[in-house]
Design a binder for this molecule. Sequence first.
Ligand SMILES: Nc1nc2c(ncn2[C@@H]2O[C@H](COP(=O)(O)OP(=O)(O)O)[C@@H](O)[C@H]2O)c(=O)[nH]1
Ligand SMILES: [Mg+2]
Length: 457
Amino acid sequence: MTSPLTLAVVGHTNVGKTSLLRTLTRDVGFGEVSHRPSTTRHVEGARLSVDGQALLELYDTPGLEDAIALLDYLEQLERPGERLDGPAKLRRFLASSEARQRFEQEAKVLRQLLASDAGLYLIDAREPVLAKYRDELAVLASCCKPLLPVLNFAAAGSAQVESWRSALARLGLHALVRFDTVAPPQDGERLLYDSLALLLENYRPQLQRLIADLHAQALARQHSGRQLIGELLLDCAACRRRVSSQPSQEQAAIQALHDAVRRREQTCVEALLRLYAFRREDAASAELPLLDGRWGDDLFNPETLKQLGIKVGSGVAAGAAAGAGVDLLVGGLSLGAATLLGAIAGGGLQTARSYGARLLGKLKGQRELTVDDGVLQLLAVRQQQLLRALGQRGHAAQQAIALKGGAASPEQNAALLAALRKARAHPEWSSLNPHATLAQAERQAQIEALAGALTTA
Ligand SMILES: Nc1nc2c(ncn2[C@@H]2O[C@H](COP(=O)(O)OP(=O)(O)O)[C@@H](O)[C@H]2O)c(=O)[nH]1
Ligand SMILES: [Mg+2]
């Protein structure tokens, strides 16, 4: 079994070292991140494994605070006539009392880099290139370990990538990667591991395994995310509340439906956050716009009729499918009720239970309240936004994602509404309805269909 590649994450204080570990390990709780300098006081590590095999170990270190003074100190460690190489000089320094006092932080960093296979040298790319960085690099270079500069904060408008690139080239560092721990560039992690594989040929196979795993995990998360959204939409589309047509009761029913949908959306938000290993407070959704509800009657939905074995003419089907609503249904009632009663009588017990009560309710002047298409579309858009944002979010990010919603494309709407129409005819599929039967293959297939109708890139 190969040993893991060990990397020391080094650099000035406040350049995002701890943040980088959070993002690469997808652990929002790693270490302590702060805009205050010198929050990380000791070395802390994390290990990345694939299928139980440890591939990479990352060590967070304190910031290098006084490299200029340390470089001077290292210079004068040589006795007259002596020519020590970097590691020899460092060994002498680490054995000195200064390494336990004045340069205690720096000593921790250098010890960790000496014990590692290589270092990631983090830079705040918004900063101008100053002499202190040259001294810092000179000190680090004396460890004689490969160093990969990481230009962090690359997403900031003020990032000075080109001047850093040429300054680093003058110091003999030609490979570098751009990164942003809060908003990692697309493929940022892969590029980082690819660049390491160039510097550390021996570790190429395990870095490539890590890259392949990253890719597979990202796809799996996206797939699961779409399914979670599909299930939310299905639950809401199939949800119904029966109510007698008195205004006060209608209002209460609308409010109850609204609350149920809102809670269901929050459940989905939290499941997505967990899937992407973020915390509950990492996303905040705006209020749902007031739900009007839809006085639907899916007893005449072609899908319902199909389940009862009734063939409908395309005219009726098209009208019902377009959600033509009450007018059509009033017209269809005499025909529909009789036909349906016949079908229910001829059907099995399950059919009678499922549709008999609804039809009876309808005949008694009760109405059914369902979630309208507009709200379903808004939920779809919002949750897809969240899924996209989570895919692009670094685990070092500190600000919550705000979910607002927007417009979906007409093609997307059409595909989605078609998939939702079928769900509307299956109240037994909704976890928001009593007596739901959720473990059905057909329900699962419909969730897949809904997930497929979503277009999250
Ligand atoms: N916008 C942005 N902020 C970052 C980035 N990396 C770190 N930060 C912020 O910079 C500050 C210092 O980060 P930290 O990880 O504690 O730096 P360290 O001292 O090098 O470990 C924190 O407020 C972070 O949220 C980044 O890539 N982009
Ligand atoms: Mg830190």
